[in-house]
Design a protein around this ligand. Sequence first.
Ligand code: PSU
Ligand code: MN
Length: 315
Amino acid sequence: MNAVPISSTHAHRWLRFSPAAAAARAEGRPLVALESTLIAHGMPYPQNLQTAHALEAEIRAQGAEPATIALMDGRIRIGLDDEALERLARDGNARKVSRRDLPGVLADGSLGATTVAATMICAHLASIEVFVTGGIGGVHRGAAASFDISADLQELARTPVAVVCAGAKSILDIGLTLEYLETHGVPVLSCEQDNFAAFWQRDSGHRADLRLDEPAAQARFIRTQWELGLGGGVLLSTPVPEADALPAAEADALTRQALDEAQAQGIRGKAITPFLLSRIVALSGGRSLAANIALARHNAQVGARLAVALSKLPI
Ligand code: PSU
Ligand code: MN
């Protein structure tokens, strides 16, 4: 039997670039990765599809090219055309794929929506440096007993991709999430404010390590980290636009109720984040969804400007 070397040297066989992503690469225009769990498990149809298109348009408007990443037909798709986006947005059965799920879903060819962790891996395999999401996973409240810490954090520690987000949701323990990132050497940058953001709310009450408002300064930081061989990701947090933020009292009440319901129903493991998100959309009468869409669009602008700035740095 031939032994297959344990390395990623065969990874390119699993990648399939869309024509638009391939053209951008050939022309030297920077690509910006987008995740697909946000589409398949983070928002209801049809707002998820509209948001997917809106994020792509925001990125193109800044002179970069979006590459939404998902697993389809046994390939890692880098960039999705309209038909593929529609399939992902409508199909209620897409698997939620984190690091450990990648081989199984690719090998059996099923439809997979990639989380922050898996999207980082796929982006890095495709040599994409910047990835835009809504909010990252983190240390869950009560993690001391449940051990529920998102694989997103470990991925930030190991995979060299810059992740642009609106912080993390208060369904998580944001303080512990930042402690975990510090332990693992992940820089947490902020722009537009000093503090780390809290998704629907602008302020988590916790400071980021370093505020860098200018894309060129963010790009120099990131390039320096990677040129030093420090490896790992960089997290860049930017707050939801003021007009779209949820009032803190409302967000807290919704979060508490959704968490109580999750506990009462015994929801655990990878099901908990999608459960909480959809309950909060329902409980808020769609207001949390409007905030979610607004923050994701804003993140797309920030991420695309960063990607353009990185592409202009001398190598
Ligand atoms: N946070 C959000 N929206 C999301 C997610 C997180 O505000 O859609 C998704 C992301 O894909 C993230 C994943 O990577 O949930 C984390 O899931 P878990 O907590 O099971 O690791
Ligand atoms: Mn988890």
